[in-house]
Design a protein around this ligand. Structure first.
Ligand code: PRP
Ligand code: URA
Length: 209
């Protein structure tokens, strides 16, 4: 069974509180999403495998640990997931980036796919799917279905704000997937928006609406 990690780091809590404020500007929102994603990437990569490497310092030869170079793919769910990519790439600059385009039908709240382009060697990569919001869980679950259909074997999911309903759906549909969350919220409202949440993440990132 995959694990659910809710981050308690003060910097992540502080910045996540700031993005909820309806008066936070588009620029600040975008900068904060990037910063939170970078801080979370530090934890999400905690279990990357290391190997012994011989290094010669100015003093002597020594054996130290370095990354085995396990290949990572970051897969944002468009549009809002894009806002999390640069923060992650700041820590794992060699990661490849795939894209999945999904939007929620406003009536049914069900995800509709409009784009999917993944690295060709996705089956050999540790895939981290990113999206700021896990609401009903429909988008994340559908995105992970597509990625698995393309051959991915190791998938985790990282979001900023999650509703309990979405966590439950993701755990039921993809029990092996680890879920990384900056903040777990109370519930969904009648429009399937997260409460207290931050509103529509895509609109707040790109100034639409
Ligand atoms: C938002 C968000 C997630 C999805 C979450 O995207 O970025 O992808 O909703 O909701 P769910 O868990 O109920 O599926 P939206 O559909 O608004 O598209 P956008 O990113 O293009 O704004
Ligand atoms: N999508 C969002 O952007 N926000 C929500 O609260 C739910 C889905």
């Amino acid at each position: 069974m995959g694990k659910v990690y809710v981050f308690d780091h003060p910097l992540i809590q502080h910045k996540t509180a700031m993005i909820r404020d309806k008066d936070t500007s588009v620029k600040d929102f975008r900068d904060l999403v990037k910063e939170i994603s970078m801080l979370m990437a530090y934890e999400v990569t905690r279990n990357l495998p290391l190997m012994d490497v011989e290094i010669e310092t100015p003093i002597c030869k020594t054996v130290m640990k370095m990354l085995q170079g396990e290949d990572i793919a970051i897969v944002p769910i468009l549009r809002a997931g894009l806002g999390m990519v640069d923060g992650m790439l700041a820590l794992v600059p060699n990661a490849k980036v795939g894209h999945i385009g999904l939007y929620r039908d406003p009536e049914t709240h069900l995800p509709v796919e409009y784009y999917c382009k993944l690295p060709s060697d996705i089956e050999n990569r540790q895939v981290i799917v990113v999206d700021p919001m896990l609401a009903t869980g429909g988008s994340a679950s559908a995105a992970i279905n597509f990625i698995k259909e393309k051959g991915a074997k190791k998938v985790s999911f990282m979001c900023l704000i999650a509703a309990p309903e979405g966590i439950e759906v993701l755990q039921k549909d993809h029990p092996e997937v680890d879920i990384y969350i900056a903040a777990k919220d109370s519930h969904l409202n009648d429009h399937a928006y997260i409460v207290p949440g931050l509103g529509d993440a895509g609109d707040r990132l790109y100034g639409t609406k």
